[in-house]
Design a protein around this ligand. Sequence first.
Ligand code: ZN
Length: 440
Amino acid sequence: MIASVFGELRLRPAAAFSLAVLACVAAQAASAADCPGHPDAIGTSRTIVVDPRQYPIIGTMQYGKTLPLEDHEVVLTFDDGPLPKYSDQILDILAAHCAKATFFLVGRQANDNPEGVRKVRDAGHTVATHSQNHPTGMDRLPLDRSRQEIEQGIASVTAALADGTAPAPFLRIPGLRTNDGIEKFAASKGLQIWSADFPADDWRNVSAARVYELAIKRLEAKGKGILLLHDIQPRTVTALPRILHELKARGYRIVHVVPATPERPATPTDPQQWRLHPASEMVAISRWPKIPRFAFASTAALPAPALSDLDWRNADLRARAQRRARSVPLPLITLWPRQMTLPPNRMLAALPIPAASIFRIPESSRVTMLARGPTAPTLRATEVSAKLAGQPRRHRGAAAVRPAASMAQPPEEANGTAPKPAAPARKNGRSVHVAGLKKR
Ligand SMILES: [Zn+2]
């Protein structure tokens, strides 16, 4: 049926185009201003029509592509319903905001509450599917079982709609646990697999306040995207009004997504608009670590880092990163040396002080290092090296400089035979106390 739908699309382009223009105009016109009796409603700013065959997998939690949203545009999605006790409240809240969403319904739930499926449709939301029985590890099931889950889910929701129409060819895999076989099968059926751009952890045992907080925080981190929620959770019912209110206050706009049909061709988009944005490390999901991005100006010239530069508590970051779902590029090997010889215990006292080698300038370069400040004298690099290597000091704190510095000192300096300070620095009778960055 879906195949024939897309076949007809090519046969009647003129009619389809004029209808599309009408649909776009109508969608643009819909806004909070058109939500009678609810002046504070966020409304639905526009509707986009997508062709699942063009982009069969979307959602930056797993894939490199997502919906072609503008900045500050949000698509609301609700999984696992219908469950009248909570789904009805979710529908009421959305109605009060004139906000349209996409519901990924479970076939078994649809069998139990067919009226709930029709309520979603009659309220103007997009009805999509989420398998028949919501298996938790669909990626580990034999492909035949997965196919059965998907097809039965669609059949159950179709039966519940009871008007001869089928649900939208949008599919969300339970727990997002998909695999290549499932993705290929879905694509062959003209289904679009929806991951998400960020969840709000509303299926976990967290408070409604936390759901609200995560939804807003993760949306702010990405600036736009598909929000994954569940309409069978009481905490979501509690959090949703506040989420919608805050979205409006922060200038976000709700976008409704519907599938292309012969009468309703896909909204024209540029492939670039479907590309992952922003970078993948901004993907927000609680079980994935956020990997900081480091900028290295000249990695080749850097000496070994001091112990103080390493956060040993994060030593397992790389291992955790490897557990991330596929398709999300990550810097698996950091630029820091992976193995490093720890200095002897007596050197640990030097922790607060960066290794002197970091500031060291190769002797051959003959560069003069300037310490700038109100009364800063000029100091030659060799003088710094000499002090770091153990020249007599007047300040107690200076002792802390010695150990870390020895890690990368050339032999002559480490042996206490460093070159003497240059003449100009000696002449003015002042020197810089490097350890404390004090001047005298
Ligand atoms: Zn689910």
